[in-house]
Design a binder for this molecule. Structure first.
Ligand code: FMN
Length: 214
């Protein structure tokens, strides 16, 4: 039986959602886990975990971030430089990318401080994380507030170059999916029937097979 919701269920305490909508927690739709790198205005590498993102492959190839907080270094550095790199960690690299949040200091090289290696991108003025299996070099095209006077902006950027580990584009080796591939963020799912809340989880894609297998 389906249940219909158009307001926050009484079982959910909105004060415990850290500003996120109750719909976010009821749906808990997974989104790709990435780390965005750019140069801060002082020239030092910046690194920001991001998850609310998607892609368009029709007009060239674009990455869209749906919720960039304007109070982050990512927002200020990319608004100035217009260049950045989207880095995809596999599970063995994830915790080092996550450590960039602890090392979120304007006077730090956030990549090196987190035990990772910063390399220079080829077409954009931004660092990339060597240990990540995929790096997308991006040029910012436009930004827009998600709502008037919001703290959060949509960023749309064209991907102008990609670095991909050959073992990951080979499905016979590490591949793109399952345990060794893309990571997904499953943000704090809540059961609206009783308010039970799960910790944020990390997921991978388990393939079911081609259409004729279903
Ligand atoms: C899994 C994960 C996903 C995140 N996604 C976003 C996001 O989509 N937008 C955002 O503004 N912050 C997001 N954050 C929070 C930023 O990574 C965090 O505020 C960071 O310290 C900002 O770094 P900066 O000031 O160097 O840019 C996320 C954090 C985590 C752990």
């Amino acid at each position: 039986m389906k249940k219909y919701f158009d307001s926050c269920p009484e079982t959910i305490n909105e004060n415990g959602l850290y500003g996120f909508s109750w719909i976010e927690s009821v749906l808990a739709i997974p989104s790709p886990l990435v780390c965005v790198t750019s140069y801060k205005e002082n020239g030092l590498p910046n690194a920001t975990m991001q998850s609310w993102c998607t892609f368009d492959g029709n007009e060239g190839f674009h990455v869209l971030f749906s919720a960039v907080n304007k109070n982050t270094h990512m927002y200020s550095s990319i608004m100035k430089s217009k260049h950045f790199v989207v880095n995809f960690p596999s599970k063995d690299v994830f915790m080092k990318c996550y450590a960039t949040i602890e090392n979120n200091d304007y006077s730090k090289d956030e990549i090196t401080a987190s035990g990772l290696t910063a390399e220079t991108a080829l077409k954009v003025n931004a660092p990339l994380i060597k240990e990540c299996f995929l790096n997308l070099e991006c040029k910012l095209e436009w930004v827009k507030e998600i709502k008037e006077n919001s703290d959060h902006y949509v960023f749309c950027a064209e991907v102008v170059g990609i670095h991909m580990d050959e073992e990951h584009f080979n499905a016979e080796k590490l591949g793109r999916y399952e345990e060794t591939g893309y990571l997904y963020n499953i943000h704090s799912p809540i059961n609206p029937d009783n308010g039970d809340k799960m910790e944020t989880q990390i997921g991978v894609i388990h393939k079911l097979g081609s259409y004729d297998k279903l």
